[in-house]
Design a protein around this ligand. Structure first.
Ligand code: IMP
Length: 187
């Protein structure tokens, strides 16, 4: 697949690079205000949150620690959440007594985050919040209290800015919807 194909596979651009940048700056400013004078740790969930985490942490002006987890919820090409969550990479430091903000790419059914929240609560942080770039509330299966949301989007499968289909499209600078024929074509 060439770089040209990558863009050609996208139908609608749902959130442009410019809108993402503006929103990330806003979220960073709000988080800096809300956590001023506290001990904030951002916990990013790989791999989808990587670009969001990298941009958001640099939009935050207060001292901040970061840690990374990797979980898998979808297997291979599937676009449906299984509800099955596996921890592929755990935190590298204790979060006991820290204010923790989970940095997510997208909340769909909420099953992944629900699992993660319960897991991280067990590590006794001072507080535990959620910051997600995208929210797809139409498909929510569990109740989740989201503290910071970048964009609420309709029930469509999106790629780009970290989000993948079959591990591709993560390096797009915008969030877009794949053309339906892309799902149909075998590799
Ligand atoms: P949930 O458990 O259904 O909330 O799914 C959360 C995870 O599924 C996200 O962190 C993504 O990795 C993946 N996911 C959900 N919706 C999409 C999408 O539209 N595009 C790409 N990945 C998605």
């Amino acid at each position: 697949m060439t770089a040209r194909d990558l863009h050609a596979d996208i139908g609608d651009t749902l959130v442009s690079e410019e809108r993402i940048a503006a929103r990330v700056a806003e979220l960073g400013a709000r988080i800096s205000e809300d956590f001023a004078g506290r001990r904030l740790t951002l916990v990013s969930v790989l791999k989808g949150s990587l670009p969001f985490m990298a941009d958001l942490m640099r939009a935050i002006s207060i001292p901040v620690r970061i840690d990374l987890m990797e979980v898998s919820s979808y297997g291979g090409a599937a676009t449906e959440s299984s509800g099955l969550v596996r921890i592929l990479k755990d935190l590298s430091a204790s979060i006991e007594g820290e204010d923790v903000l989970i940095v997510e790419d997208i909340i769909d059914t909420g099953l992944t985050l629900n699992y993660l929240v319960r897991y991280l609560r067990g590590k006794n942080p001072a507080s535990l919040g959620i910051c997600t770039l995208l929210d797809k509330p139409a498909r929510r299966l569990v109740d989740i209290n989201v503290n910071y949301t970048g964009f609420t989007i309709p029930d469509q499968f999106v790629v780009g800015y970290g989000l993948d289909y079959n591990e591709l499209y993560r390096n797009l600078r915008y969030v877009g919807v794949l053309k339906p024929e892309v799902y149909a074509v075998p590799e």
